[in-house]
Design a protein. Structure first.
Length: 180
């Protein structure tokens, strides 16, 4: 009998499709699938959702920070550009002021040089006139002395008297001035 039972079981098993599992395997598999599904649904999925929400919030926060930083950078760039334009304008004004100051300094230097040249020329004319007068007096004395000596030789007498000699010299020079 045992032999018949084993033979009947073997025949029954051979008649089954090997790709379809037994009903008890399907029940136990379905039970474990439901348990795993509940654990994933109640534990893992909320944690995963929370983690993704945190990451999303962090990314959005970083995007907001990046936008704020970009706005600040743009504001800083605008401020820098404005300051650079002001500095260029100020530098241009300083250059113009320096040019004007340079022109004024050159004009003042020219005026000073002209005034100094006029002063030197005037001093030179004064000195030349003084030297001419000194030369004239010196020449007059020498001409007078020569004239007295010549007159004494011509007349044959000595003209040692100063008054007479002065009169002779003055008359001689007056005659010379009339001729010229």
């Amino acid at each position: 009998m045992l032999n018949a039972l084993v033979t009947n079981l073997a025949a029954a098993e051979e008649a089954k499709n090997p790709l379809i599992p037994a009903w008890y395997d399907i029940v136990w598999s379905a039970l474990w699938f439901v348990i795993i599904l509940i654990v994933v649904w109640k534990v893992a999925l909320p944690r995963l959702t929370a983690m993704l929400d945190e990451r999303s919030a962090a990314i959005e926060g970083n995007i907001a920070k990046a936008d704020e930083a970009q706005k600040q950078a743009e504001e800083a760039l605008e401020e820098y550009t404005r300051q650079l334009a002001e500095a260029r304008t100020e530098a241009g004004e300083i250059r113009e002021a320096a040019r004007e100051d340079g022109k004024k300094i050159v004009a003042e230097a020219k005026e000073t040089a002209v005034a100094e040249a006029n002063r030197i020329t005037s001093a030179a004319h004064t000195q030349i006139e003084a030297e001419r007068q000194a030369a004239f007096v010196s020449l007059r004395n020498e001409v007078g002395t020569l004239a007295i000596d010549l007159a004494g030789n011509v007349v044959g007498e000595s003209l040692d008297d100063d008054v007479r000699a002065t009169a002779v010299v003055d008359r001689f020079l007056a005659d010379l001035e009339k001729v010229t």
